[in-house]
Ligand binder design. Structure first.
Ligand SMILES: [Zn+2]
Ligand SMILES: [Zn+2]
Length: 194
């Protein structure tokens, strides 16, 4: 009998079976969804992380429209939806920033694997003149402080390396905010030749 309840030894296969795993970008490729999908849930305990990630996956996630007040320091400094405590207080008190329990939290800001230039990048960097290498290193130091994932950082730095390389071939570059004596005399010399 097909309507029989609690029959665990059913041999008939499930009638409606999903052919593919649920994918929230199937009908929605908007930027908003993309940004939400790329969110890295951190500074919360693993249970809260799961809850938030579930919301992201099933499109229940609602980003904050403005920063929220921290329940501990009462400053309006929470950027992440569903968090009730700011990251600073979470770290200080050793608590999850969502459920506020004293639990071990998943953290990207603290436990992030340090970024290293890979072979391709080192090769590209080596090919640059010294002054540009310094420009790149300064840029990299600045960028490392941004809240980027290593993948994002890598992409950004690769673009920068490319930009430095291309500009090198141009007759002039306008990003030269740190011309050294040597550079100036070099360009003067060039002018004389023309
Ligand atoms: Zn706080
Ligand atoms: Zn929690």
């Amino acid at each position: 009998m097909s309507t029989q309840k609690g029959n665990s030894s059913r041999t008939r296969p499930q009638k409606h079976k999903n052919q593919t795993a649920f994918k929230n970008t199937l009908h929605d490729t908007s930027n908003r969804t993309k940004i939400i999908n790329n969110l890295e849930v951190a500074d919360v305990c693993s249970r809260c992380k799961e809850i938030i990630e579930w919301k992201i996956k099933y499109k229940k996630y609602k980003p904050l429209t403005q920063q929220k007040k921290c329940v501990s320091c009462e400053q309006r400094n929470i950027k992440q939806a569903y968090h009730v405590m700011c990251i600073g207080c979470g770290i200080k008190l050793g608590k999850c920033t969502k459920c506020c329990q004293e639990k071990e939290v998943v953290s990207v800001t603290v436990n992030k694997i340090p970024f290293r230039l890979d072979r391709e990048m080192r090769f590209k960097l080596k090919a640059l003149p010294e002054r540009r290498r310094r420009t790149f290193k300064r840029y990299m130091e600045k960028k490392e402080k941004d809240e980027l994932t290593n993948d994002e950082l890598k992409e950004d730095l690769l673009n920068k390396l490319e930009a430095l390389k291309v500009e090198d071939k141009d007759e002039d570059d306008d990003f030269d905010f740190d011309l050294s004596e040597e550079d100036l005399s070099y360009s003067e010399h060039e002018d004389e030749c023309n």
